[in-house]
Design a protein around this ligand. Structure first.
Ligand SMILES: [Zn+2]
Length: 125
């Protein structure tokens, strides 16, 4: 790990390779999540295993899992959300966040949202 810190001074070749492997990792994460959602109703344990794999890949490549993919599974028990039996989604208007309640481990995840003034934006153009 110590060698990785001096990344800035290295040649462009290394950087290019890094970017390439990042794109590969992202597509792999997407593929694994799709697989997990497919297998969910046949084998819950296996689908959790797939989700855990995506986290490991992201950690290894040091990249963030894109937010639209992060909403697809539980952060604490790694169950992919496929139907209403897995997750309860509610909007809290007062605190301005969306609540994802996992029905398996009862983990609550809150994602804040920003109110947008759509009318003003449309009149500008
Ligand atoms: Zn959970």
């Amino acid at each position: 790990m110590g060698a990785r810190r001096s990344r800035k001074g290295k040649s462009i070749f290394f950087r290019k390779q890094e970017v390439l492997s990042r794109n590969l990792a992202l597509s792999e994460i997407q593929r694994l999540l799709n697989l997990a959602r497919k297998v969910r109703h046949e084998n819950l344990e296996l689908s959790r295993e797939y989700v855990l794999l995506t986290k490991k890949i992201a950690m290894r490549q040091r990249l963030k899992i894109p937010p639209h993919l992060k909403k697809l599974y539980c952060k604490s028990c790694y169950t992919p959300y496929t139907s209403d039996a897995d997750v309860k989604v509610r909007i809290d208007y007062k605190k301005r966040h969306i609540r994802y309640f996992c029905r398996h481990c009862k983990h609550i995840r809150r994602i804040p949202y920003v109110k947008r003034h759509i009318r003003k934006e449309s009149t500008r153009k």
